[in-house]
Design a protein. Sequence first.
Length: 335
Amino acid sequence: MVRLSILDQSPIAAGVDARTAVMQTAELAVKAEQLGYHRFWVSEHHDAGRVAGSTPEVLLAHIGEKTKKIRIGSGGVMLPHYSSYKVAENFKMLEALYPNRIDLGLGRAAGGNPIATMALQGSSVGNRGSYPEQIEDLKGYFTSLSSDHRYYGITATPNVDTMPQLWLLGSSGGSAQIAAEKGTAFTFAHFINGDGGEDVVKAYRNQFQPSAFYEKPEANVAIHLICADTDEEANQRATSLDLSLLMLQKGKRSLEIPTIEYAKSYPYTAHDLMQIRENRKRMIVGGPDKVKEEIEELANKYETDEVMVITITHDYSHRIRSFELLAEMFNLVKS
């Protein structure tokens, strides 16, 4: 049986403000728990007009208070911007508040434009070591630092008796290799790269080295998904995402998620239409039967029992309906 999880980016639809987008994410987390989803992750993006999620740690504290048992986490914290020590303390605090429910998902992408990256890192650019070194430091703060570590003797607080699940997120073989070497779980971002992910996950499993976090490899796959009562309705609702991704690829990060009407009337070039067809490799779109078949096929290809979905539509009610249909199709255990 396929487990279903959700990654939400707090999309800002045209005509909706950022505060509403964040509140919708919190409401979706409550709904996801009621429907029986396994985990609910929130993302980190900066200086982006189309999504409001910039600080997963803060949003997770709010979501944790509104939910009771669903796993909640970051998808993901962009570690190169920050001190591993502070990230460990943030997530230890979340683990203290909501024990055995926290996932720390990590990424190494910028999550914004170059100026935003400079503003985030300030004068400390290049002072934190490489990404693999940061992950090794982070692991030490959750377990124990080796006696030869430059910060040996310090403790990341609060010092609690449980720790988050540690995940690395990636859309290429590089992040998968690091996840395997460091003994963390791995999420392949099929919603970013629709080609070659199966081989990347296979290599991760083959190269995996056990750690204090995992004795054996654990992987899932994340994909854009829009489900509606019919294939026709789903494809119509997906036009907003089609255009949003196209604009993002054209460097227009500040645009909100467009309405279906605007997306349908947009003057697409032949190249635009070709790009949209290519982007559909990163999505599952359709009615219940089509979506269920394609999710199961995706899970089989990746040899995983967990698929994480990202659902972005202009109309909030369409996102809710998509999650409801998925839960019904896979007989998720409702609370």
